[in-house]
Design a protein around this ligand. Structure first.
Ligand SMILES: [Zn+2]
Length: 106
């Protein structure tokens, strides 16, 4: 999975990230190319998780209950669409510019 830095706009692999701070949804990562701190839109991440659980819950409900497929199927589709849309919109945002920003060749 490749991420794009919101500061230097270069793509880098998640595996190249060595500096992180914070935990969970609010976690921030440091760009390995320009050392800018990057984070995620919390609302988009929450929406993605919500969509996943909606789809998963509907799937489980459809498995254990009869005659609900006409409700369950569109709910799963909606959940999957929600996750997909959130995933497309979810990109890194700049939290803190690198300290020596003036020396960067951007
Ligand atoms: Zn960068």
């Amino acid at each position: 999975m490749l991420l794009q830095c919101a500061f230097c706009h270069k793509s880098f692999s998640v595996a190249k990230v060595t500096q992180t701070r914070g935990k969970g949804i609010g976690a921030q990562i440091q760009c390995p190319k320009c050392q800018a701190w990057l984070g995620r839109h919390k609302s988009l991440t929450v929406g993605k998780i919500a969509g996943f659980y909606i789809a998963a819950f509907a799937g489980v409900a459809g498995y254990f209950m009869d005659n609900v497929m006409h409700i369950v199927t569109p709910t799963i589709i909606l959940g999957v669409i929600l996750v997909g849309v959130m995933h497309i919109m979810d990109h890194l945002i700049l939290i803190e510019a690198p300290e020596d920003a003036s020396s960067q060749d951007v």
